[in-house]
Design a protein around this ligand. Structure first.
Ligand SMILES: Cc1cc2nc3c(=O)[nH]c(=O)nc-3n(C[C@H](O)[C@H](O)[C@H](O)COP(=O)(O)O)c2cc1C
Length: 179
């Protein structure tokens, strides 16, 4: 299993490393030069920034060399909102070539906001997004705006990774039994 992460401030990396520990593998930054997974399975943890998944393009390229499941775990604020989830899933699908789609499965984990750690551009962008969200009446706020205003600043909760491991194991075995 090839475990990858696309992370700017460490949350997705932390999730990927804990997942790797649970399955007895190691996690790699998506930019690393890597051999294809021996069992054909690729699991990618990618942080969401302004609707885009960090490192997704490269993960898609690496996963295209495998033959089994391509698990994309998006890490962002908006985990609970159904319409946002659909929007994000559609954008991940759009980044994949057609032949990868039958092997693609998507999962979500909650991101966190470590504001003091943000670097210049991200700090500025976050401030802009925050101001825009605050100025928008509640009834007109987009799911991203609502999620941003309710963003947690705590440490990543690693407990959901056990369930994620089971979900991925189930999806791997159903993928392998496909004709
Ligand atoms: C400038 C900025 C833009 C963001 N945009 C989104 C977004 O569009 N959707 C979302 O769900 N989360 C968004 N987030 C939240 C990040 O995905 C979250 O902080 C995540 O934990 C970052 O992961 P990382 O530490 O691995 O980089 C944004 C965060 C920042 C700082």
């Amino acid at each position: 299993m090839l475990i990858l992460y696309g992370s700017k401030y460490g949350t997705s990396q932390r999730y990927a490393e804990e997942f790797a520990r649970l399955v007895g593998e190691s996690a790699h930054p998506v930019r690393e030069k890597l051999a294809p997974p021996q069992d054909g399975v690729t699991v990618f943890f990618g942080a969401v920034y302004v609707g885009k998944v960090h490192g997704l393009k490269r993960a898609v390229r690496l996963a295209a060399r495998g033959e089994c499941l391509f698990a994309v775990v998006t890490v962002g604020f908006a985990v609970a909102d159904e319409s946002y989830r659909k929007q994000l899933e559609a954008s991940v699908r759009a980044a994949c070539p057609e032949r990868l789609l039958p092997r693609l499965k998507q999962y979500r984990l909650r991101g966190r906001l470590n504001e003091p750690a943000l670097k210049g551009g991200d700090k500025f962008l976050l401030r802009l997004l925050h101001t825009a969200a605050e100025k928008t009446p509640a009834s007109e706020q987009t799911p991203e705006m609502r999620a941003l205003l309710a963003a947690p600043a705590d440490l990543p909760d690693l407990a959901p990774l056990k369930e994620l491991k089971e979900d991925i194991a189930r999806d791997i075995s159903s993928d392998r039994t496909r004709p």
